[in-house]
Structures are given as structure tokens and as C-alpha cells.
Design a binder for this molecule. Structure first.
Ligand SMILES: C[S@@+](CC[C@H](N)C(=O)[O-])C[C@H]1O[C@@H](n2cnc3c(N)ncnc32)[C@H](O)[C@@H]1O
Length: 306
């Protein structure tokens, strides 16, 4: 197995560390948000052992990359426009956006990601440390805000609402907000089957919790959405024209971890994802979701007056 494939093979819901130890109750956990570890510490721990730079370069990560790129190119205002890439990680999307002519500022709380993004940018875009819940931006100063990561690392709904409000506040009237999430069915349950982990009692119990609550103690730094829940969170943040897309489509689990960009299976599965997007029933089968909405064209002052 290549190191890339080993990286991709890391389970989002990991196998239990000690055999026989009961890590999760049989019944769905009620998320105790005051017990959820602080995001920066749990994030740093997770990303210390995980090569985020390589995640989208092979296997189903390539399908996620291509579909994200295609959907953003379809919906973003034309370049040059100001794009705030919040949770931009090591800069994979910021790089092609800058090459397309966008004026990109990447923010991420993990310092190693900011350092890698800065190196990758080579002057094409700027990367700084920052948190989605407190954007250091004047209101209405960007054309588009991307949240391709923060929402699935914020298990507390109040934190997700704050992050979405900050995105809406930062975007100009009529601006675009694009939000990625991990699907409960695709990214939680199907992923456990794909990795042949569902027979492990702790994983089975964690999948049960993810399907019922969106959260599991086995993967405390993650939150998993249903498509309806994600759409409702954007609408509650006053975003308009909200549509939730399935990113990798219903066949993503058939892509081998070692598949490269010239493997036909990657193109075929991405093509099916595009076709299946017309059917709302298949959206949750994708590993990742991408919700896109717009701020009111009359601006937040008008919204408050309603
Ligand atoms: C899986 S990576 C995705 C990186 C990139 N946006 C992409 O789509 O490939 C998730 C990113 O979200 C970042 N993140 C998590 N919580 C965040 C928060 N509260 N504010 C901003 N970024 C956050 C993580 O540090 C990480 O870089």
C-alpha cells in the first residue's frame, strides 16, 4: 500500500483502540457540548497524524476535488472576485482559485496548514491563522466565503450557527457562501462498511450514534450532517437559494484508495455524481455534501428590518 493510500485508508470513525473496551453506549449519545474538546486542541491532535495535503490527490479524494472545483466554478462570481477560504487547510482549493484569477485569503486555525498553504501559495494568495467563529473581516467585504471544513469540525450547533453568521456578515449583499459537510450515511456508515470495520462492536455502535445524532465519542472532532439539516442551518443563517449537493455521488466507495487522476473509475464516478445530483434522494449517499447559498441582495440592513 502506498503512503497516500494508507493516508486515505485512515478511518474517520476509527476502530476501537482496545479490544473489548466499551467506548460508546448502545443507545444514541446525547451530545454534551460542554464536554466536547476545544476545537483547536482536538484539531491539532487529529491533523498532526494526518496528511491533509495529500487527501484530495488519490482515490475518492480526487472525485471530491473535481466535483468541488466544478461546482464552485459553476457558482462563483467571475474572477477577479474576493474569496475568503475559511478552513482552507494546506491550500489545495486556494491554489486553483488563485490561478483562475481570484483574490484569495485563506484562514485556518492549524498552524501547520497555514505554513504549508503559504509555501504552496508562492505569493499567489495569502494564508493566515483564523477561526470560522470569529472572522476578522469588515462586514460585506468579500464576494464569496468558502467553509470547506469548519462545519464538520464544529460538533456544537451554536458554534456552527456562529460560523455561518460570520460568513454571512463577511459577504457582500448577493454574495456566495459555500459550505462542505460530511454525510451521516455516506461519510459515516458507508465509509465504515467500505473499510470493513462495521463488524467491530465499537464501530457499529459509533455508526449507530452518527446516524442518529451526527456525533460519536470515537471521532469527537467531527460532526456528520444529513442533507436536510445542512440546508436548514444555512437557511437559519438567512442564506437564500440554498441547494445541497452530493459531492462524490452514490458510487464513491467503488473508487480504490490507490486510484490516480488518470484512472477511468475516477472520471466515471465523478460523472455519475454530476448526473445523480438531479435526484435529491441520492445526495446523502455521497461522503461529502456541498451546500451553496447567497446572502440577500438588499443586504443585512434590509433583512433586519423584515
Ligand atoms: C479536511 S480539512 C479541509 C481543507 C480544505 N478546505 C479542503 O476542502 O480540502 C478541514 C479544515 O477545516 C479547518 N477547521 C476546523 N475547524 C475550524 C474552525 N473553527 N475555523 C476555521 N477552520 C477550521 C481544519 O483546520 C482543516 O484545515
Amino acid at each position: 500500500m502506498t503512503s497516500q493510500a494508507a493516508n486515505q485508508n485512515r478511518a474517520r470513525i476509527p476502530p476501537a483502540k482496545s479490544e473489548g473496551k466499551r467506548l460508546v453506549d448502545d443507545h444514541p449519545v446525547k451530545v454534551q457540548h460542554d464536554q466536547v474538546p476545544g476545537a483547536p486542541e482536538s484539531l491539532t491532535t487529529f491533523y498532526r497524524d494526518f496528511d491533509e495535503s495529500g487527501r484530495l490527490t488519490h482515490g475518492h479524494g480526487l472525485v471530491e476535488f473535481r466535483r468541488t472545483q466544478a461546482l464552485l466554478r459553476r457558482h462563483l462570481p467571475p474572477p477577479p472576485a474576493r474569496v475568503l477560504d475559511v478552513g482552507g487547510g494546506p491550500g489545495v482549493h486556494a491554489t486553483w482559485l488563485a490561478d483562475d484569477g481570484y483574490d484569495v485569503l485563506l484562514l485556518d486555525p492549524v498552524e501547520q496548514h497555514v505554513a504549508r498553504a503559504t509555501a504552496l501559495a508562492a505569493g499567489r494568495f495569502t494564508a493566515r491563522t483564523g477561526d470560522a467563529r470569529s472572522l476578522d473581516r469588515a462586514p460585506g467585504t468579500v464576494d464569496a466565503v468558502l467553509l470547506l471544513g469548519p462545519l464538520y469540525h464544529l460538533p456544537d450547533p451554536a458554534d456552527r450557527a456562529t460560523a455561518l453568521r460570520e460568513a454571512v456578515r463577511s459577504a457582500r449583499p448577493g454574495g456566495l457562501v459555500a459550505v462542505a459537510a460530511i454525510s451521516r450515511v455516506g461519510g459515516g456508515a458507508v465509509d465504515a462498511v467500505r473499510r470493513d470495520l462495521l463488524a467491530e462492536p465499537a464501530v457499529r455502535s459509533a455508526v449507530h450514534d452518527v446516524l442518529n445524532t451526527g456525533w460519536t465519542r470515537l471521532a469527537p472532532a467531527f460532526y456528520f450532517h444529513t442533507p436536510d439539516e445542512l440546508g436548514a442551518e444555512l437557511l437559519a443563517a438567512d442564506l437564500l437559494d440554498v441547494r445541497v449537493h452530493g459531492l462524490e455521488g452514490p458510487a464513491w466507495a467503488l473508487v480504490p484508495d490507490h486510484a490516480g487522476s488518470s484512472d477511468p473509475i475516477v472520471t466515471t464516478v465523478a460523472d455519475l455524481a454530476d448526473l445523480a445530483d438531479a435526484d435529491p434522494m441520492t445526495v446523502g449517499a455521497s461522503s461529502h455534501l456541498l451546500a451553496i447559498g447567497h446572502t440577500s441582495s438588499s443586504g443585512s440592513v434590509q433583512l433586519q428590518a423584515q
